[in-house]
Design a protein around this ligand. Structure first.
Ligand SMILES: [Zn+2]
Ligand SMILES: [Zn+2]
Length: 154
């Protein structure tokens, strides 16, 4: 379980610097975001928020997640299914993604060899790497589990 306190403090600081209020609505959305599964789509976040607070719409979630992204506590991800997804940014943590094109499963991985190679490749091209996103698309090898996940998504 990750520690969420630094993310909460970072958001409060960002709101203060931009003269924005730490409203209850923002807190509820933050709680839903942090307690959720990772890579949450707007619709999924909306459902989680509506469980805690009524009257919050799609546009509010979208705007708030944009604010969280600007504050540096959320990363925006698109994995080719037309959905915008969000995941929390943890200090010093980095991972890449494997995405199943059939069932939508998202698996995180970290590989030091790939990380190092990217640095070497960038440097060899006269380039300094500041960030990267590595998404690998394919299909689950466990076809039964994949089919079951696909049915559940319908
Ligand atoms: Zn991720
Ligand atoms: Zn799959």
């Amino acid at each position: 379980m990750q520690n969420h306190t630094p993310l909460r403090e970072q958001l409060s600081e960002h709101l203060r610097q931009n003269g924005l209020k730490n409203t209850r609505q923002r807190q509820v959305i933050l709680d839903a975001f942090l307690s959720s599964e990772r890579h949450m789509a707007i619709e999924e976040l909306l459902a989680a928020v509506q469980n805690r607070m009524s009257g919050v719409g799609h546009a509010t979630i979208y705007r708030t997640m944009k604010l969280f992204t600007e504050a540096g506590i959320a990363h925006e991800r698109r994995f080719g299914d037309g959905q915008t997804r969000y995941e929390p940014v943890f200090e010093g943590e980095h991972h890449d993604h494997l995405i199943c094109e059939k069932c939508g499963l998202i698996v995180e991985f970290e590989d030091q060899l790939i990380e190092d190679r990217q640095e070497v490749i960038a440097a060899s091209k006269g380039f300094r790497l500041t960030s990267h996103q590595h998404d690998i698309f394919g299909h689950c090898l466990d076809t039964a589990a994949c089919a079951a996940r696909k049915r559940k998504r319908r």
